[in-house]
Every structure is written in structure tokens, then in C-alpha cells.
Design a protein around this ligand. Structure first.
Ligand SMILES: Nc1ncnc2c1ncn2[C@@H]1O[C@H](COP(=O)(O)OP(=O)(O)OP(=O)(O)O)[C@@H](O)[C@H]1O
Length: 223
């Protein structure tokens, strides 16, 4: 069991006005290479904060996060952006797509950021993989919620990342569509050796992961 990501004793608080909200207190976790990990926790418990820290979109106040042996604190903003573009796919609850670009163009842009070639061809192949070959030329507003999230998965997988971070990707979907979206994520994990961390409020979906974690009082525990 080798670790792709190690989060060690990470703390984070938000300050706005004169008040401080302490969200994470010495939170630690390991993401095992090629395996899925689910993260549950009450609303406001810090799940999105933890995802943002692992994605390098935010920095912790204390503690360390390492990705494939590299400490994120050793990277500057450009280094973090490059790491995200090439090795980490992120899918959020909604609004993952650029509204004035078609599904295919959204995927092509991600491939371009990652420095990839054969963009049009690869974008269509990725969309076909998530069952959307016939929706490639649609703008996001013409897609259903489930279709838009599947395009977002294609975007996140565009550069064949090592890690997929999925923050409540199925939160707004009915349970059949949610199951379908998660199945596609699990398939990618199996087929490509992708490592996945996904946040969900759905206990059944959480139970399908190799490893199950929960956030309680700012700490990560086994669920
Ligand atoms: N930018 C911010 N400024 C101030 N407080 C914030 C900020 N972002 C989040 N918070 C607060 O930090 C806490 C944790 O937020 P976070 O979004 O990480 O929780 P969550 O577990 O993902 O919640 P949910 O399940 O509702 O999405 C909440 O109390 C939230 O109000």
C-alpha cells in the first residue's frame, strides 16, 4: 500500500471581520495509490476545505501535505498550478464548466492547460468514455445535471491525472444519476489506477469506497 497523498496534522481557520472559524485541527489522512477513499461529515465540518488544501488551492496554517513525496509547501503558485493541470483532477458540486464553451471545448481547454496534443480527438474520446459522444457540441446550459457532471469528470480526467478530488459531485443529482456518475469515477479508478478522494452526504455511495473517512471536530477519523 503506497501513499500518493499524505496529509499530516493540518490545521486551518478562516478569519473574517473579528471572528475566527477553526475548521481543521491537526487533521491527517493518507490516500492509497489506485484506491478510492470517501469522506463524509456534517455540513460545515470542513470537507471542502480539506479538498481545497489537497488540491493546493489553499495553504494550511500548520501541518504538511505531500503529493507523491513532494511537499506542497515547497511549491510556489506556478508549481501548484502546474501540478493541478497535469496530475490532479478536481470536480466540484456544480459550475465546473465554462458556460460559453461546448462540452468538447471545455475538455480541449483542459488538455491544452496540461500541455497535451491531439486535443479535438482526445476530447471526443474522453466524452465517449463518459457516454456523451452525442452531446459533445452542446453548451453546458443545454445539458442535464448528470450530463454536466459527466463532462466535468471528462475535464478532470483530460490529462490522465494520478488523483481525482471530487467534492459532492452528485449532491444535486437524483440517486440513479448519482450512482451512474460515481460508477464512472470508480471505473476510471480501476482502469487507470487513478487515486480518488470523494466527498458525499450519501452513506451508500460512501460505503462503496475502499477506505471510508469522516470529519468530526476538525479531525479525520475512520467512518
Ligand atoms: N472563505 C471562507 N471564509 C470564512 N469562512 C469560511 C470560508 N469557507 C468556509 N468557511 C467556513 O468554514 C467551515 C467549513 O466549510 P467547508 O465548506 O469546508 O465545509 P463542508 O464540510 O464542505 O460543508 P458542506 O457539507 O456544507 O459543503 C464552515 O463553517 C464555513 O462556513
Amino acid at each position: 500500500m503506497s501513499a500518493l497523498v499524505r496529509v499530516d496534522a493540518v490545521s486551518k481557520a478562516y478569519r473574517s471581520g473579528g471572528t475566527e472559524t477553526r475548521v481543521l485541527r491537526a487533521a491527517s489522512l493518507t490516500l492509497v495509490r489506485g484506491e478510492t477513499t470517501s469522506l463524509v461529515g456534517a455540513s460545515g465540518s470542513g470537507k471542502s476545505t480539506l479538498i481545497a488544501l489537497i488540491a493546493g488551492l489553499m495553504r494550511p496554517e500548520a501541518g504538511t501535505i505531500s503529493f507523491d513525496g513532494q511537499a506542497l509547501t515547497d511549491l510556489d503558485e506556478m508549481g501548484l498550478a502546474r501540478l493541478r493541470a497535469r496530475r490532479i483532477g478536481v470536480v466540484l458540486q456544480k459550475d465546473n464548466l465554462i458556460g460559453f464553451l461546448t462540452a468538447a471545448e471545455n475538455v480541449e481547454l483542459a488538455i491544452e492547460f496540461g500541455g497535451g496534443d491531439r486535443r479535438a480527438e482526445r476530447a471526443r474520446a474522453l466524452l465517449a468514455r463518459v457516454g456523451l459522444a452525442d452531446r459533445a457540441d452542446q453548451l453546458p446550459r443545454r445539458l442535464s445535471g448528470g450530463e454536466a457532471q459527466r463532462v466535468a469528470i471528462a475535464v478532470a480526467l483530460a490529462n490522465d491525472p494520478d488523483l481525482l478530488l471530487a467534492d459532492e459531485v452528485t449532491g444535486q443529482l437524483d440517486s440513479d444519476t448519482a450512482g451512474d456518475v460515481m460508477r464512472r469515477i470508480f471505473d476510471a479508478c480501476r482502469e487507470r489506477g487513478l487515486t480518488v478522494l470523494f466527498v458525499t452526504h450519501n452513506r451508500e455511495l460512501a460505503g462503496g469506497a475502499h477506505h471510508r473517512l469522516q470529519l468530526v471536530d476538525g479531525e479525520v477519523r475512520a467512518a
